[in-house]
Unconditional design. Structure first.
Length: 236
């Protein structure tokens, strides 16, 4: 006959009774820490269902656009996208979902005070064991300062190109270490009659553009020894 099971005292049961609450408290603490992390990262984080409709926005996102979680849900967040960027962003989002791969797109978002700023939208899919997409996770990074710097650079380059065109002056860059040219301005291409679409001309092609009586002198006075020394060049 089998021995009767040994009765368990209340002291023996105490750790078992308190185990689940302790585990639950630990899980809740971890979830709370994760929520705080997601809400405080310096970026606009979000997630979407497989069909692309949004189901989560972190607090940074909601605070930036001035919407509640309920207002931003599904496709409500699109009210904050610049009207000129909405179709392009929507098209890219559809293409990304169709590809099932990570993707990105730049677009402007309206801040709570009405100012628009440029953001880089990035999205990554999450798949289950069967390989099916069950969620999309994304993050939007503010690139306004970068866009302004790029625009300032474009304006500067535009002014320089116009000045070169008006004065019939071409610009170029020579890589001393590689002993070769790495850049020609549009006006320099025009002056020598080369097609910019075909890239930098070879040394021989450039040599052929110089008058036969001047070729040896120009090569001797300008390339490559003088350039390697970092000396000023003034050759007619």
């Amino acid at each position: 006959m089998a021995d009767a099971p040994t009765p368990t005292s209340q002291q023996d049961q105490a750790p078992l009774l308190s185990a689940k609450p302790a585990e639950a408290q630990s899980s809740e603490a971890m979830l709370d820490a994760l929520r705080k992390t997601i809400d405080t990262i310096p970026a606009l984080a979000w997630s979407a269902r497989p069909d692309g409709s949004a189901d989560f926005f972190n607090q940074q996102y909601l605070d930036f656009v001035g919407l509640s979680a309920e207002q931003a849900q599904d496709w409500g967040w699109t009210v904050a996208v610049h009207p000129d960027d909405l179709n392009g962003l929507a098209g890219s989002w559809r293409s990304i979902m169709a590809s099932g791969k990570a993707g990105e797109r730049e677009a402007r978002l309206r801040r709570f005070d009405g100012e628009y700023r440029w953001f880089l939208f990035r999205a990554n899919p999450l798949r289950n064991e069967s390989g099916n997409i069950i969620k999309w996770f994304g993050i939007n990074t503010d690139i306004e300062d970068r866009k302004r710097a790029e625009e300032k650079l474009r304006r500067s380059e535009g002014y320089l190109a116009e000045a070169q065109r008006l004065t019939h002056t071409g610009g170029w860059v020579w890589n001393v270490a590689a002993s070769r040219g790495v850049y020609w301005s549009q006006e320099l291409y025009r002056i020598f009659g080369f097609d910019p679409e075909r890239g930098l001309p070879s040394d021989e092609a450039l040599r052929q553009r110089i008058h036969p009586e001047d070729r040896d002198r120009v090569h001797r006075e300008a390339f490559p020894e003088r350039a390697a020394k970092g000396s000023d060049l003034d050759v007619e």
